[in-house]
Design a protein. Structure first.
Length: 592
């Protein structure tokens, strides 16, 4: 159910959203809500027969019917390929979206799929072509829209050799360079709209650098030099109003001292909680924040700065406070001396007192990505296992994001190697602290985490009592080959995969499917039939390999589910199967 409330928290309207895989919601002024959802779609004429396509629905709050962006334009196919913001001009609101158009022959363009940029009238639904894709099928173009809906700048990147350039609306080049992995992008505009901010990381560097350059032309200069920036914060008109720093805390900093004070004051109002800013009004006088922490499964508040009050809007999960396990970051050192940390979640007070958290059975849950990271907030999977009496550890191994590019690139070529031993090194730290019984540990993960779970009992042995993998990679050679085919052997993607994972024998040497005979503990595999990221065969073939080797293996197929466990009923089924499996093969301590 999608519900719209006014500033007094009175419901203005609501609409059913059952069955929609909603990815994002955003406002168009005060007149409508944009609902971005995706759908697994069978397609013809591409290098893959199934894709996850995005659609955007406009929900006017005045009671007019919902309508779909490009829904009635038969010259456009495949939904929406990127959103570039909204702008108000002459009393009308407009939205800016990427979309793929048929050519004059009524066919898709050859080469890699590239979108054009369209302006859509948010009242009439009429669209207008604003900018066309590059004539070169190997080039990717992205745009920066200003507060009036004009193209302020565009970024063109060559997939073939990694060269890139930024130009202004008059096609004057503002900056250029070369990045073989495509790590370059437009970030936004300065407060006065006269400059564009961008980031890049040249191949020889181990850091992402941020730059600002006048739209009228000039020399690019470092932007926020000396700050450890993870991402930039956007205000009205795609202007930059602050930044998010690297690190597990993801702290925000606003340029306006009043806004910065208001944000940090709101954080201090919830001591001991992890506070996330989810939205503000343009005046920054009302904030929506989410809190997570001990005995808090995710609470949403409307913070009114004028009255200095925080009004509870709702909770992410309906759980009793005492059913939420405490979580904290635990630092540790890998075998080669690299410093890292992970999230430890202990059983909640309803299960055991905190002073009883010693020598516990454990579940290790490495994250997916692998360029992602876990933070000390409420995690539905970790909490499910903690509620059964397990200590749960989510290691941010090398290759994780959030700790700078050098830490991320330290994972290059280390799939199944140091990235894998980083996980077991984290377990060793918990054992050293007296929190975990080393003989009673299972490993559970999804996507890359599923790969790590399978590698933990095939490439490694003798550490875990069982392993459960959702959408886990088992055959890296087959996966990379499949990526090559589906991308049309895109050079940039192939360079990235070669650098991060390896090629040829290297891929086979760290593929769990080749070591199925080494597995000596029970394995559970779960996979969604609509997965367009990790093909279903990665699990089904691993099941066959384990059965051929006479190993203990269980297989759960989730019909109609994608890579992200987007459906409630199948997410619950996956979680129930995983918990039942771990409880069966690694029983927890008796709980009160």
């Amino acid at each position: 159910m999608l519900v719209v409330m006014d500033a007094a928290r009175k419901v203005v309207m609501r609409t059913e959203a059952e069955g929609l895989k909603i990815r994002d919601i955003s406002w168009v002024g005060d007149q409508a809500v944009l609902i971005n959802y995706s759908k697994t779609t069978s397609i013809d004429g591409f290098t893959t027969d199934k894709a996850e396509l995005s659609t955007v629905i406009v929900m006017p709050i005045d009671g007019h019917p919902l309508w779909q962006i490009f829904g009635h334009d038969h010259d456009i196919t495949g939904g929406v390929w990127g959103q570039y913001g909204t702008a108000q001009r002459d009393g009308h609101w407009y939205g800016y979206f990427g979309a793929v158009a048929f050519n004059k022959m009524g066919m898709l363009p050859t080469g890699a799929v590239q979108p054009n940029l369209y302006e859509v009238d948010m009242t009439t639904g009429q669209n207008r072509l604003v900018a066309q894709r590059s004539d070169d099928p190997d080039e990717r173009v992205l745009w920066q829209i200003d507060g009036t809906g004009q193209i302020a700048a565009s970024l063109t990147t060559s997939r073939a050799n990694g060269t890139w350039h930024i130009q202004n609306a008059s096609h004057r080049w503002l900056a250029s360079g070369k990045v073989s992995d495509g790590r370059v992008g437009l970030a936004g505009l300065s407060a006065d709209g006269a400059n564009v901010i961008y980031y890049s990381s040249e191949d020889s560097e181990n850091a992402v650098h941020w730059y600002v350059v006048p739209l009228a032309g000039g020399t690019p200069k470092p932007y926020l030099d000396g700050k450890d920036i993870k991402s930039l914060l956007h205000g009205p008109g795609n202007t930059i109003i602050g930044y998010r720093e690297n690190g597990a805390n993801d702290d925000l900093h606003f340029f306006d001292p009043v806004q910065d004070k208001l944000y940090h004051d709101s954080k201090r109002a919830f001591p001991g909680e992890r506070v996330s800013l989810e939205g503000t009004n343009d005046a920054f006088s009302r904030l929506i924040i989410e809190t997570e922490g001990p005995q808090d499964p995710g609470s949403w508040y409307l913070v009114d700065m004028a009255s200095q009050n925080a009004y509870l809007l709702g909770a992410s999960y309906v759980l009793a406070d005492e059913s939420v396990g405490p979580m904290r970051m635990v630092p540790y050192t890998a075998a080669d001396g690299l410093k890292m940390e992970g999230v430890l979640t202990l059983p909640p007070p309803s299960v055991m007192p905190s002073d009883a958290a010693k020598n516990l059975p454990a579940v290790i849950i490495p994250h997916g990505g692998p360029t992602a990271h876990d933070v000390a907030g409420f995690d539905w999977m970790a909490q499910a296992f903690a509620s059964r009496g397990y200590a749960v550890f989510q290691p941010n191994f090398r290759g994780s994001s959030g700790y700078g590019l050098a830490f991320e690139r330290a994972g290059n070529g280390e799939w199944g190697r140091k990235m894998q031993t980083d996980i077991s090194d984290g377990l060793a730290e918990l054992v050293h602290l007296g929190l975990v019984d080393p003989k009673r540990v299972c490993i559970v993960g999804a996507s890359y985490g599923g790969y790590a779970a399978l590698a933990g009992v095939s490439l490694q042995q003798g550490i875990y009592r069982c392993a459960a993998a959702y959408a886990g990679l088992s055959d890296l050679y087959r996966w990379v080959d499949n990526m090559r085919y589906e991308s049309g052997a895109e050079p940039m993607l192939m360079r990235v995969l070669k650098r991060e994972i390896g090629k040829g024998y290297d891929l086979r040497a760290v593929s769990p499917i080749r070591f199925a005979d080494k597995v000596s503990v029970p394995v559970l595999l779960i996979h969604g039939k609509d997965d367009t990221v990790v093909e279903f065969a990665q699990s089904s073939r691993m099941v066959d390999a384990l059965r051929d080797a006479h190993k203990s293996v269980e297989f759960v197929t989730l019909a109609g589910e994608d890579h992200w466990l987007s459906r409630s009923e199948t997410r619950s089924a996956m979680l129930q199967a995983s918990v039942d499996f771990v409880v069966k093969y690694n029983p927890p301590n008796p709980v009160k």
